[in-house]
Design a protein around this ligand. Structure first.
Ligand code: NAD
Length: 494
């Protein structure tokens, strides 16, 4: 069986005392295992990152920039190879996998602008003969801990800017789909990144605990579920690290009565069921305002019947399997419990049969959902769309704002004034207007509000430069030029 290794100080390392299973979700077979790092292995990787730091932070911005340009070229060229790896371990369809890599590449493109992003400021003559300037310097060794659902894109969200700013990195990917992290680290090495600057430690809680407690790790970037994000935030902060921890989501899509019905129904299908609902920006609650509800539910239901679910490698598939058998059971339990909570199951994805042992489940639509029902309150992270019916715009905003999560939200309307008011009123980090999954482009930053983010800075884009650097302000005074041994012709006053 293939063992997925760590990548430490430029070498692949497969020895371990413990291994975790890696499944192909489309077949249900375990065809790989991943080495799970012990505390000692993580310490070895931290030592490599620490040793590589002085030379990397001294590398010229031009040298760093050239590496990012080269990474972009190689990753673009090998996109199909990496996409096939993603599909074989995560299950998403190949077009989604390629899309994920393209979005991740935006962060590498952003990093090529590092000499602009790292510019400081200067004030001349703040006092007689005194100038002040600021510089941004790396924080040191950075730990990046990532979830299973975007095994290439989320690592690229973090490592692009962390490395550009002159830090060295330990990437701890999800143990469920760990290969792409090693693939990406090898691409960086091929592009000229020195050994030890980017290391991958595979593992679970033991590896994460070591990263959070080790004094040589200075910053932690985390993306994952809310309970883990909250605990990572507290523990890393307790150990004196700066930390940003992005958590889970329950994204609402508000549809006003004047919305374009077909546009809203198409958006609901792709945003709720794309990537089997395993996206932190997936729409999981449709908020139907006023009299549009019946027509909207009917339009979504009719589209669901045509969705093709199958292996991600089949170009005809629009949705692949879930990540594990346990996760499929958990997703199914929400649909099973919905009727007894008082909701109406319009389409029950559990009834769809698949000719495979893969972790497939059909798509579900649950109507007349209300807060207080588990199907509404919990992040399901699967292909289940709940419909909440409300009477008015203000009821819709209250519902969204009362929800514990605030990652993304969308409004569908033809009314510019209503959309503008929504942008002003709504409590979420990312807002879409007739756009169901409003993931900011690489030149903005990504992050939610409330229990979707613990920390102050959002991820990638301009916020990442602040997170991965420390500001330093230098105040300078030189001896009086009139006393210089060089004749400056001083004073030069006209
Ligand atoms: P997860 O929280 O289970 O795991 C995330 C990472 O934490 C993994 O690397 C995992 O190994 C590690 N981990 C898990 N349990 C741990 C523990 N007890 N102690 C220390 N480390 C632990 O999340 P997941 O299931 O891999 O990913 C799905 C979740 O991530 C969803 O909740 C989704 O909404 C969220 N997510 C959020 C965003 C965002 O930008 N807000 C983006 C992608 C995914």
């Amino acid at each position: 069986m293939q063992t997925i290794p760590h990548y430490i100080n430029g070498s692949l390392v497969t020895d371990a005392e413990r291994f975790g299973p890696v499944f192909n979700p489309a077949t249900g077979e375990q065809d790989k295992q991943v080495a799970l790092a012990s505390a000692d292995r993580v310490e070895e990787a931290i030592a490599a990152a620490k040793a590589a730091l002085p030379a990397w932070r001294a590398a010229s911005l031009a040298k760093r920039t050239n590496i990012f340009f080269r990474v972009r070229e190689i990753l673009n060229e090998r996109k199909p190879v990496l996409a096939a790896i993603l599909t074989s371990e995560h299950g998403k369809v190949l077009s989604d996998a390629e899309g994920e890599i393209s979005r991740g590449l935006e962060n590498i493109e952003f990093a090529t602008g590092l000499s602009h992003m790292l510019k400081g400021e200067r004030s001349e003559q703040v006092s007689s003969g005194v100038d002040v300037h600021s510089v941004r310097q790396p924080v040191g060794v950075v730990a990046c801990i990532t979830p299973f659902n975007f095994p290439a894109m989320v690592p690229l969200w973090m490592i692009g800017s962390a490395l550009a700013c002159g830090n060295t990195v330990l990437l701890k990917p999800s143990e469920k789909d760990p290969s792409s992290a090693v693939f990406i680290a090898e691409v960086f090495a091929e592009a000229g990144l020195p050994a030890g600057v980017l290391n991958v430690v595979q593992g679970d809680k033991e590896a994460v605990d070591t990263l959070l407690e080790h004094p040589d790790v200075k910053a932690v970037s985390f993306v994952g579920s809310t309970p883990i994000a909250q605990s990572i935030y507290k523990r890393a902060a307790d150990h004196g690290k700066r930390v940003q921890a992005l958590g889970g989501a329950k994204n609402h899509m508000v549809v006003l009565p004047d919305a374009d019905l077909d546009m809203a129904a198409d958006a609901a299908i792709s945003a709720a069921y794309g990537s089997a609902g395993e996206r932190c920006m997936a729409v999981s609650v449709l908020v139907a305002v006023g009299n549009i509800a019946d027509d909207l539910v009917a339009a979504i239901k009719s589209r669901m019947a045509t969705l093709k679910i199958g292996p991600g490698t089949d170009p005809a598939s629009q949705m692949g399997p879930l990540i594990t058998a346990e996760h499929r059971e958990k997703v199914a339990s929400y649909v099973a419990g919905a009727e007894s909570e008082g909701a109406t199951v319009v389409v029950d994805g559990r009834s769809q049969q698949f000719d495979s042992n893969g972790f497939f489940i059909g798509v579900s639509l649950v109507d007349h959902v209300k807060p207080g029902m588990k199907v509404y309150d919990d992040e399901i992270f699967g292909p289940v769309l709940s419909v909440v019916r409300v009477d008015s715009y203000s009821d819709a905003v209250r519902l969204v704002n009362d929800n514990e999560f605030g990652n993304g939200v969308a409004i569908f309307t033809r009314d510019g004034g209503a959309a503008r008011q929504f942008e002003f009123d709504v409590e979420a980090g990312m807002v879409g207007v007739n756009v169901p999954i409003p993931v900011p482009v690489g030149t903005f930053s990504f992050g939610g509000w409330k229990n979707s983010l613990f920390g102050d800075t959002h991820m990638y884009g301009p916020d990442s430069i602040r997170f991965y650097t420390r500001g330093k302000v230098v105040t300078t005074r030189w001896p009086d030029p009139a006393t210089s041994v060089i004749d400056l012709g001083f004073p030069q006053v006209d």
